[in-house]
Design a protein around this ligand. Sequence first.
Ligand SMILES: [Zn+2]
Length: 191
Amino acid sequence: MTTNKIINIGINYETIYRNVKYPRLEFKTGSLILILPKKYKNEEKLIRKHETWILRKKSFILEALKNSENKKLIMNVNQKEFEKLVKSKIEELLKEEKEKISKIFFKKMKSKWASCSSKGNITINSFLKYLPKNLIEYVLYHELIHLKEKKHNENFWRLISRKYTNYEEMEKDLFIYWFLIQKQVLKQSLL
Ligand SMILES: [Zn+2]
């Protein structure tokens, strides 16, 4: 992995060479990562092609960073209590949505709040416990809706908006809290 700088738009990025067919740009954890096929040579061209997208993402991230100053993580949350809360909320939502799952797992994850497997296993990021209750509930609902719709498509957001008309705001808040986790928790190397 190497770190470079796009001079004209002042942004750092990392390149990772992987066994992939096509190059890919990612902003998952707040910094730009170029996933490139091995021996890929058109890095500069790729960046130029996606400059608008990069700049749009960058300003979104900068805004989230600024907003993160007004938000605080809820520390001193007991893991057992958190798991109890999550399990009972999931049970409640499953009844409401007439859905079933297999198992719930808790794990510290670096790139997502939760995930839902095709076997109906739900994995919850343990870092979620540092977030306000309304956001925890939103993440659980979001994940359970993936039982009905895997992709983040129109149908998915339509289902989400039955309960959360303000889902865009919730997603934005989650992104802001992601920064707080990175800043406060990861730096204390609690991971
Ligand atoms: Zn999702």
